[in-house]
Ligand binder design. Structure first.
Ligand SMILES: Nc1ncnc2c1ncn2[C@@H]1O[C@H](COP(=O)(O)OP(=O)(O)OP(=O)(O)O)[C@@H](O)[C@H]1O
Length: 236
């Protein structure tokens, strides 16, 4: 199967993103990236079901950067534009490492990594001092910081990524999502997952009133993307 080059994706990625991809020696999008980036960049709600190593991280990081970069009004210091939640500290750190250069270079935003194992008060201090436009972390710490930092503004939230959503759910994470999803502005909402149990996730999303319809990108053999367009948009 012919692979799409990043420069040929529609809508086009920011020149600064393309330059950074080239410096990292990434020229062609993986199948999950080719299928997912255009949907997310067009503000569709998407569930991704693809195997490990298929390139899901850039599949959500690149459109997230596009959306924040195209905001008409830049985010203020304590306005949260995007949250990426993943089940473990290690995964959150890996996502932060991938997202950091794109966010910094394209949007001038330094993401904040929020994970357990450190003093939460230091995180609160850091966010107030340095800003909190993009949060990347584990569910418990992000929830804790939200509780402690009532001056964080969530009404400008454009993007919510739930990485490995099935694991998040099995960890009892579901109670944290509806308040966050309820804060989303008129922008993008995403459910990402590794072995996403689409039916169980979606049943829960429907039951919690969070998800109405979505696009499901399924790559079971990491090679042939199947995009099931189940409809779009969360209940809002
Ligand atoms: N377009 C690309 N071209 C070449 N390599 C890529 C591309 N996109 C991602 N990679 C590399 O592929 C590897 C796997 O990517 P990534 O970690 O995003 O996969 P994943 O689907 O999120 O896997 P996991 O579920 O294990 O986290 C990484 O080393 C990443 O740098």
């Amino acid at each position: 199967m012919q692979q799409l080059e990043f420069k040929d994706l529609v809508p086009a990625l920011a020149p600064a993103s393309l330059a950074l991809l080239a410096r990292q020696n990434f020229s062609k999008a993986t199948p999950v990236q080719a299928a997912t980036i255009p949907l997310l960049s067009n503000n569709k709600d998407v569930a991704v079901d693809a195997c490990t190593g298929s390139g899901k991280t850039l599949a959500f990081v690149l459109p997230l950067v596009e959306i924040l970069n195209k905001l008409e009004t830049p985010l203020k210091r304590l306005q949260v534009g995007a949250i990426i939640i993943s089940p473990t500290r290690e995964l959150s750190k890996q996502i932060n490492d991938v997202a950091y250069p794109f966010l910094e270079e394209v949007c001038g935003i330094v993401p904040k990594l929020l994970v357990g194992g450190t003093d939460p008060l230091q995180d609160v201090h850091r966010l107030r001092k340095e800003g909190a436009q993009v949060l990347i972390g584990t569910p418990g710490r992000i929830h804790d910081i939200m509780e402690r930092t009532k001056d964080l503004e969530l009404k400008s939230l454009e993007v919510l990524i739930l990485d490995e959503a099935d694991r998040l759910l099995s960890m009892g994470f579901s109670k944290y999502v509806p308040p966050l999803a309820g804060s989303l502005a008129a922008g993008l909402r995403v459910v990402g997952g590794q072995k996403l149990r689409a039916a169980s996730i979606c049943n829960w999303m429907f039951a919690s009133g969070t998800l109405c319809q979505f696009a499901l990108v399924a790559l079971h053999d990491c090679c042939l993307p199947v995009v099931h367009v189940c409809g779009f948009s969360l209940c809002r």
